[in-house]
Design a protein around this ligand. Structure first.
Ligand SMILES: Cc1ncc(COP(=O)(O)O)c(C=O)c1O
Length: 361
């Protein structure tokens, strides 16, 4: 008997897990997983520099930026906290319309900043926001409109979390005047969790250089200095960088516009599934996310209400995991993700499992 499984056996077992349709982490393709398992290289050697140099222009195209895109071995929260430490001298306005934006206020306070809350009811789009796609509520805020407002205040740093939207819809970092644009890897990019990608405007880097207590691990100036030499400040998760290179190859083979259209189409298919079963949606009409659907299940008036835990179990028994709602709308909403590599075929398989589950409820 072999002591260790071969890579292909491990991949087969890995792919046999319950398929994730929660809003991150999402299913990782066999190709990505193989790249993730590439033999290790040194992070100060030419091999790594070549790898980073190869993906840099692709990342810049994805971010719609001329700035260098940085790789952080942390989940998104590392860079979200880093942005506060690098760019906020004293006060910060945290615009909140869901669980992740609510949390950012708390993080700002924990960093010792005078954080102020602009609170609107969960699920409503707001005139200024930091979170582009609120994963907890399935709301995608109108970034272009918010950016237009921000342009009137050029001294204000504009920090945008695109954790669950980057690569699923176009975000024009430079044109919109975004100072920090960041995303995690385990959502629309469909990589394993554990890495974040981000870009900073020249103004953000100038500001960061003046900040005394910005620390080291998330020092944006260090990221810039190292990225200029195709490196990261500290030892990165090299497996993630291989996986990212593989995913970027997929993304550009598909084409960015085709990828954006696919996400929009699949999200619409899930909305149609919900409507067919008598559900309404949690987000207001017109601001629904293109990467996940947050189905109303009693949080708002109207529409059908079901036992979410039972629904989840019935779907899981058929090999799929959907999410039962997040934070204060847990149970009164449920969420279905179409992020990453999903297609009409794979989403129809999920809807068939959901249809069967609905019959057994
Ligand atoms: C919009 C948004 N921001 C931030 C985060 C935090 O990401 P992480 O837990 O990977 O740091 C999440 C995670 O779900 C998210 O959806």
């Amino acid at each position: 008997m072999a002591v260790e499984d071969s890579t292909s056996e491990r991949v087969t077992k890995f792919m046999g897990h319950v398929k994730l349709h929660i809003p991150g982490p999402v299913a990782v393709s066999e190709k990505t997983f193989r790249a993730f398992c590439s033999p290790m290289i040194g992070h100060r050697g030419q091999g790594f520099k070549d790898l980073y140099a190869k993906i840099q222009p692709q990342l810049q195209a994805l971010f719609c930026t001329k700035q260098l895109v940085f790789l952080s071995t942390s989940s998104a929260w590392g860079v979200m906290e880093g942005a506060i430490r690098n760019l906020v001298s004293k006060r910060v306005l945290n615009c909140m319309c869901g669980a992740f934006s609510d949390k950012w206020l708390d993080v700002s306070k924990r960093c010792g900043k005078q954080a102020e809350a602009l609170q609107v009811p969960w699920g409503d789009p707001i005139p200024a926001t930091l979170i582009h796609n609120e994963t907890s509520t399935g709301v995608m805020s109108p970034l272009a409109e918010i950016a237009a407002l921000k342009r009137k205040y050029p001294e204000v740093m504009f920090i945008v979390d695109s954790v669950s939207s980057l690569s699923a819809t176009k975000i024009e970092c430079d044109t919109l005047g975004i100072d920090v644009l960041l995303a995690g890897t385990q959502k629309a990019l469909a990589l394993p969790p554990g890495m974040a990608v981000f870009a900073c405007s020249p103004a953000a880097l100038v500001k960061a250089a003046t900040m005394k207590d910005r620390g080291y691990y998330f020092d944006f100036v260090e990221f810039q200095k190292n990225a200029e030499q195709q490196m990261t400040p500290s030892t990165p998760s090299i497996g993630h960088v291989f996986a990212l290179a593989s995913k970027l190859e997929d993304i550009f083979n598909e084409g960015l516009d085709a990828r954006y259209t696919r996400h929009a189409r699949l999200a619409q298919m899930t909305r149609d599934w919900a409507a067919r079963h008598g559900f309404t949606l949690f987000p207001q009409q017109g601001c629904e996310s293109v990467t996940l659907t947050c189905v109303n299940n009693g949080a708002r008036q109207g529409g059908r209400v079901v036992d979410v835990v039972k629904l989840q179990k019935l779907v899981k028994d058929q090999g799929y995991l959907i999410d039962g709602g997040y934070g204060k709308i847990k149970g009164t909403t449920f969420r279905i993700s179409n992020m990453g590599d999903e297609s009409e075929v794979t989403m129809n398989q999920l809807y068939a499992a959901l249809d069967a589950a609905m019959k057994s409820l």
